[in-house]
Design a protein around this ligand. Sequence first.
Ligand code: F6R
Length: 260
Amino acid sequence: MAEIVIVPDDQVAGELAAEAILRRLIDEPEPVLGLATGSTPTSTYHAMVRRAAGQDWLKNLKAFALDEYVGLPDGHPESYAEVLRREFIEPMGLVPAQVMLPPGGLDGLSTAAAQYEAAIADAGGIDVQILGIGTDGHIGFNEPGSSLASRTRVKTLAESTRRDNARFFSSLDEVPVHCITQGLGTVLDSRHLILLAFGAHKADAIAAAVEGPVSASLPASVVQLHPHVTVLVDEPAAAKFKHGDYYRFAYANKFEWQRL
Ligand code: F6R
């Protein structure tokens, strides 16, 4: 089962996630981190920057983004390449070549996904993958109906995801229709998954992901098949858990060596 940790707010979650990520990566000769975008990982990235920006070992870090919009012009401020440059790459003191994203340009799109999979494999796989969850239960941009064994590929965004993400654009029409995303099978290959969910609007999705049936209809439920998952949620996002009391009790009674 996943370890589920209910915390007061996203700041506490960000500190815990950053501590666990850095502790894991710092000991790897060739550390590989998986990056999510959107609002959810912001507190984690800020905490990572506060704790580790510019440290020498980061020179060996490689990172792979989960997903990217398809068809946005190069340098579009809401492309995930730009968001990660602003929020993670530059503040951490990394050089852009250390962080790869699935390419969202229309040229070469039909072969880009396989090349991205090969690049992750060449790097030795992902040590820690940060995940957010969509209100429809997606992780990466694996919308409901995605194969639980899927690999990186081009997908069509769900209308609800386009509406959720319209807040980053000036209108719904500007939100791309297509994306390129690591698949659920790709995500499962990462060695540690850290899934974050904040806010009451995520409560149904995160409860279904960790307590509901494993189903392509709720793509995040695939994390139940992974042996090492940490789920960090704030109180509003935890509101729909059936076993919330147990998660709190288990976390309060951990041994010191059982840190995240
Ligand atoms: C983005 C990603 C998505 C988001 C999800 C939640 O890279 O992987 O699955 O994590 O759409 O988005 P926010 O965090 O903006 O609520």
